[in-house]
Design a protein around this ligand. Structure first.
Ligand SMILES: [Zn+2]
Length: 214
């Protein structure tokens, strides 16, 4: 685990076992929360990396329906008793009640990402410990980001590249225009850590950016 945020209130770790589509561990407010689960087949490596935190793990929150985020969810459910929270509007796709739109229908068909047996829905404004769900549609219809003290778990609503955050590739988006609107809204006036699945965590806004301005 790589520590990203470490304050009296909260610790956030990036999980190296999910390289390629990062999951994060958020410890604080009396809850230990895993955000996303990486590709299929990562459950055992992920649990090994969590070490002692496995025993505290209380909740798993999911940002959206893509298989590199829900891929190891079922395998984790079978190994640990954490509560599972799905973004309400992406849940029908995760549960295979509805086919994922476009290209992702094919990806989902050839990739094993079985749905969890037990879960509860999350909507904009819902809170899990220190995290607040933030509606962030566009990449998928029901995408959620999660805001915490000093950080924003962005799922695939944003990606980072060379220390900057921006919208993820339009070709992978359910609705590219909506995705760009969401990216602008998430970044507007925001100051703190951006924690993406794709790309490395970056700090935006605040004094660092102000200092860089001429
Ligand atoms: Zn995605």
């Amino acid at each position: 685990m790589r520590v990203i945020v470490d304050t009296d209130a909260v610790q956030v770790h990036l999980l190296e076992a999910t390289r390629g589509s990062y999951a994060y561990l958020i410890d604080g407010g009396g809850r230990t929360v895993l955000c996303d689960t990486g590709f299929p087949g990562r459950a055992q490596a992920l649990l090994s990396e969590l070490e002692d935190a496995v025993r505290r793990l209380s909740d798993i929150v999911i940002t959206h329906y893509d298989v590199d985020h829900v891929g190891s969810l079922k395998a984790l459910e079978e190994r640990i008793p954490a509560r599972i929270w799905l973004p309400a509007d992406d849940a029908p796709y995760i549960l295979r009640e509805r086919p994922r739109p476009g290209l992702k229908r094919l990806i989902a068909a050839v990739t094993k990402a079985p749905p969890p047996a037990h879960w509860a829905p999350l909507r904009d404004g819902d809170r899990i410990g220190l995290l607040t769900a933030v509606r962030s549609p566009g990449h998928t219809p029901g995408h959620l980001a999660f805001r915490g003290p000093g950080f924003l778990l962005v799922g695939d609503a944003l990606v980072t590249h060379h220390g900057r955050a921006g919208p993820s590739p339009a070709v992978l988006a359910w609705n590219p225009e909506l995705m760009r609107e969401t990216a602008t809204r998430l970044l507007s006036g925001y100051s703190g850590w951006i924690l993406p699945a794709h790309g490395e965590p970056v700090q935006v806004g605040g004094t660092a950016e102000a200092a860089a301005k001429p």
